[in-house]
Design a protein around this ligand. Sequence first.
Ligand code: RIB
Ligand code: CA
Length: 307
Amino acid sequence: MTGAVIIDCDPGVDDAIALLLAFGAQMPVMGVTTVAGNVPLSLTYGNARKICELAGREVPVFAGCPRPLIRPLATAEEVHGATGLQGADLPEPRGKGRSQHSVDFLIQQLLSAPAPITVAALGPLTNLAVALIKCPQIAAHIAQLVIMGGAMGQGNITPSAEFNIYVDPHAAHVVLSAGIPTTLITLDVTHQVLTTPERLAAIRAIGNPVSTAAAGMLAFYGQSDLARYGLPGGPLHDPCVIAYLLKPQLFTTRSVPVTVELTGEQTVGRTVVDWYGSGSQAAINVAETVDADGVYALLLEALATFS
Ligand code: RIB
Ligand code: CA
């Protein structure tokens, strides 16, 4: 298990499931920072607060960047629905929100923490990039960064690019160039972790309010992937990041150079993974395989902890 964790996300159904996995597994989440992505920032921020309320966790949630560094914001409403969390009745968050910006929270916590912090990045990397631009020294205070993003094969927002990287490729370039110990979990792995009807039924059978809400959101979310890819269930993209932090042995990785295409008309946002990299460039860990049943076992165990 990791030390303190900050989760940066854009809920989005799979982000929501990732948060519930982290909370159910008692991961030491010290804060949730939100960014525009699946839906606009006002919704990703509110959705993160609703999930913390659903889970009964008093974790501080912060709003971050409302748009990418340079490109216009592209949302994924066709996958996550207009609110970003369709399929469940979620409780309204109690109490006031936090006024501190996600970027300032990241910088403050990373510089003041007694030990380096783990960062889980589940959305476009705009918050982390701005934090690194504003305060480059935070890179040395990140124990490890695990990112859901990128594709070596087929993209999901264009044939070349995965959504998180496509939305803000310039931010991804800044983050992947910062020398932070990084693991990248791409679509090539997350599309092996599908919420099939059998797995959805197992989640629904847990029968507590949190697992019931998770099943409702996943049922809605899977419809678009079924229609779009003919997949037998929605890929659990973001929960793979949390599963990796909880049980890295469920994955295999390879240390290879990764760069981001910033200009190609057809390829912008592509993660160019030099799979047989010479090692001449700075390398990061890229996930190669995953034990999908192991990820679902973690999720079922985590969801069953809620009452
Ligand atoms: O491409 C999948 C990623 O984009 C996931 O993180 C999903 O939530 C969206 O942010
Ligand atoms: Ca996400």
